[in-house]
Write a protein that binds this ligand. Structure first.
Ligand SMILES: [Zn+2]
Ligand SMILES: [Zn+2]
Length: 336
């Protein structure tokens, strides 16, 4: 199945946490967490429309400066979203520099900051390079339950977990996925072409059934063309199936309330990225540090019925034996 998203960890499992979600066939990407992002080349940072931050410990937020430096004067806007206190924290980052010349840059950069409170209510502020990044207030955010961002083809949901401080766990969800029924296509005497991409786009973005598609194709008899309604074509040549869902879970302690929150967010998730910081023999240390052990991460993967799991955020103390963390996580995930 060809999905909308191509997710990839920014660093190796011992590096700073971060997930880059590229969009296939679009010059567009999302980023989860802003720690050390120097492994991402500028062209990949320029593609970011949204950055979702779990919490502002340094390994998750120190890369804000790097991002700002790359996009300043080159990119028009970026939306960054985080938990309680986030607007003020971004404002403090921006206040740490001197901005006496940026208003003259040809490309204006607007940083749109969104903050979600633990009560589910949000606020928003805007910082423009034209005004030296002075804070401008915006209308408050009103997220629908746990949906933090919603577009025609995908949504991002988030729920708080406890890491001694509130920390956001995220789900990225493709709304639907369409497969082309090749056998039905050829039975109708049709062949693929740009019209098929147009049809898929129409279906995924919820176009009206009466919208028209110009079907053009060629075969041994020559060129053909006809016009058909989306509603007719979709049943003839497409199968619409549920879209891909990805989970990004990092920095939390192992508590029943956290497991419940993650089940509500991620039940049946296709691909789960989850922190796997300590070995279970160091469980007391993990609890003191408000992190999961590999076994606990595997138990969460099992509880949410994750179909695939990618662990990360390994403690440097296991540099010589990452396979022990992997084995422990896999055993708990598979229930052995
Ligand atoms: Zn961390
Ligand atoms: Zn942390």
């Amino acid at each position: 199945m060809r999905c909308l998203f191509e997710p990839r960890l920014v660093n190796d499992a011992f590096g700073d946490p971060g997930l880059y979600v590229d969009f296939r066939d679009e010059r567009r990407a999302l980023l989860f967490d802003l720690g050390d992002i120097s492994a991402l080349p500028p062209r990949k940072l320029m593609r970011l429309s949204h950055v979702f931050v779990t919490h502002t410990h340094m390994d998750h937020f120190s890369g804000f400066d790097h991002l700002l430096r790359v996009v300043l004067g080159r990119k028009e806007n970026v939306i960054v979203l985080g938990g309680p206190g986030f607007v003020e924290q971004v404002e403090h980052k921006l206040r740490a520099y001197t901005w006496n010349v940026v208003h003259r840059y040809e490309v204006e950069l607007v940083i749109d900051v969104r903050e979600i409170g633990t009560d589910g209510r949000g606020q928003r502020a805007r910082f423009s390079s034209r005004t030296g990044f002075a804070r401008e207030s915006c209308a408050p955010l009103a997220p629908m339950e746990d949906v933090l961002h919603d577009e025609a083809t995908f949504r991002v949901r988030g729920r708080f977990v406890d890491h001694d401080i509130p920390c956001l766990a995220y789900a990225v969800e493709e709304k639907a996925h369409v497969n082309v029924a090749k056998n039905r296509l050829s039975a109708l005497g049709l062949s693929t072409g740009p019209w098929l991409r147009e049809l898929k786009h129409a279906v995924l973005t919820g176009a009206s059934d009466t919208a028209l598609i110009d079907v053009q194709w060629r075969d041994r008899q020559g060129e053909h063309a006809m016009t058909r309604q989306v509603g007719d074509l979709r049943h003839l040549v497409l199968d619409v199936v549920p879209g891909q869902r990805i989970g990004y879970v990092t920095d939390l302690r192992y508590t029943a309330a956290n497991v419940d929150a993650l089940i509500a967010l991620l039940a049946g998730v296709d691909l789960l990225f989850i922190e796997c910081v300590f070995l279970d023999e160091d469980a007391e240390h993990a609890a003191r540090k408000n992190h999961l052990t590999a076994r606990q991460a595997g138990e969460i993967a099992h509880a949410v019925s994750a179909r695939a799991v990618l662990p990360f955020h390994f403690s440097p103390r296991y540099q010589e034996r990452p396979s022990d963390l992997l084995a422990q996580m896999h055993a708990a995930w598979s229930g052995t």
